[in-house]
Each structure stands twice: as structure tokens, then as C-alpha cells.
Write a protein that binds this ligand. Structure first.
Ligand SMILES: *Cc1c(COP(=O)(O)O)cnc(C)c1O
Length: 220
């Protein structure tokens, strides 16, 4: 495990944000980090995030990092800070619609499949480009795409992990140049977890999602 301040010191030269991944951990444990100054917390399950949001201090910035089902969108759009896991046009349209009823603009990252292993969720690059070119996308007023997210393959092969992070960085750059030129708000590359955040930082991560290194192993 690693001390919060120590981890923050490692992120500082990279100007990267720490999202403390608190899934499975109770509010008391989250409050220890909160009391040490941490405000960005990540959850991968909607119901768990809602429960914690309801019982915890209101100045916590909640990040959804796991798959979002369309039917759950309406429960989070009025307060979620950032959705890292937008993985289809369908879910993005629902976020836009629900955010409009909440009179909010919700920040979202597009999740890309970068892992070699067969992962279920995430855009293929071409699929995202097609979405971004569409009229339906351009008409959405209540979402703002602020960057990209990806998860590397679960492997000991750190060179493979590095290649996958480079791939995400290059998708980010392509999107920036072709779809978000001149938009300073398009700036986030959410990559890196407990085992690979140092590599992610070297490859340009602006947001690391770290759980077990801060909280200890998860017990399900
Ligand atoms: C659980 C999770 C993390 C954090 O994983 P650790 O290995 O505990 O740091 C990061 N990102 C996502 C999407 C997760 O589901």
C-alpha cells in the first residue's frame, strides 16, 4: 500500500489527477482519505456510487469508471462529476437527454478498447469517429466530451501495457486534432491503475484511477 501524500507527490510533475477508486470499501475508509484532503473518488457500480453519494460529504467529486447501463443514467446525471466509461452512442444520447432535464452539462470520457484481451466494453476508434462526425452528435448540448479512457491488458508484460497506453494517447491526439481542435476542455487521458500507473504517467496520463494501492486489497 501507499500513502496518499506520497502518491500525490509522484503525480505532481505530471499534473495528473488522482481518482481514488473506492469500490467495495465502506464510507469510514473513504473518510480517512477525505480527511487527508482527497476529493475525487471513483466507483464502478452505479448503485454503490449512489449509496455512497447519499451518505457522504457533498463536496466529493464522484467519477463513474465502470460500465453504465442506459436505464441507470437518470439516477446520476444531476450530480456525477465525470463519467469515464461512455462506451456507446446509445448511452451518450441518454446522458444528454437526462442531463438536459437536470439543466446540466455532464462531462464524459469516451472509453476505448485498447487491451488485447477480449474486453466487452469500449469503442473501436472508427466507431467513435463515425459518432463524432454525425449530426446527432453535434446537436447534443448537455454533454461535453473532455477526453478518453482505457484499460490495459491484465498482464505482467509491461511493454505490452506501455504499447496499449501509447495507443490510447494516439487516439486522444487524433480526436484532438480532428474533432476538438481549439477546445481546451478536451484534455483528459484517464489511464493507469495500481499496477501500471507509473507507466501510464510516462505515456501521458492526466488521470490515474488507483484503488488497491491506496485502500488495500478488495474483499468481495
Ligand atoms: C477497479 C478499477 C480500477 C482500480 O483498480 P486497482 O488495481 O485497484 O487500482 C481502475 N479502473 C477501473 C475501471 C476499475 O474498475
Amino acid at each position: 500500500m501507499k500513502d496518499l501524500q506520497e502518491l500525490l507527490k509522484e503525480l505532481e510533475p505530471h499534473h495528473a489527477t488522482l481518482v481514488a477508486v473506492s469500490k467495495t470499501h465502506p464510507p469510514e475508509k473513504i473518510m480517512e482519505l477525505y480527511n487527508a484532503g482527497q476529493r475525487d473518488f471513483g466507483e464502478n457500480r452505479v448503485q454503490e456510487m449512489i449509496d455512497k453519494y447519499e451518505q457522504m460529504p457533498r463536496d466529493i467529486r464522484w467519477h463513474l469508471i465502470g460500465h453504465l447501463q442506459t436505464n441507470k443514467v437518470k439516477y446520476i446525471t444531476s450530480w456525477v462529476h465525470l463519467i469515464h466509461s461512455v462506451d456507446s452512442f446509445k448511452v451518450l444520447k441518454e446522458v444528454d437527454k437526462r442531463a438536459a432535464s437536470d439543466e446540466r452539462v455532464v462531462d464524459c470520457l469516451l472509453q476505448f478498447k485498447i487491451a488485447e484481451e477480449d474486453t466487452k466494453y469500449g469503442f473501436e476508434p472508427e466507431e467513435a469517429y463515425e459518432m463524432l462526425r454525425s449530426e446527432a452528435f453535434k446537436e447534443m448540448k448537455n454533454i461535453r466530451i473532455t477526453g478518453v479512457m482505457g484499460m490495459a491488458t491484465f498482464t505482467e508484460d509491461m511493454e505490452q501495457v506501455r504499447r496499449e497506453f501509447r495507443q490510447l494517447k494516439s487516439i486522444f491526439q487524433h480526436l484532438k486534432d480532428n474533432f476538438f481542435a481549439g477546445q481546451d476542455s478536451f484534455r483528459e487521458i484517464s489511464m493507469g491503475m495500481s499496477d501500471d500507473y507509473q507507466i501510464a504517467l510516462e505515456e501521458g496520463s492526466t488521470m490515474v484511477r488507483v484503488g488497491s494501492l491506496l485502500f488495500g486489497e478488495r474483499v468481495y
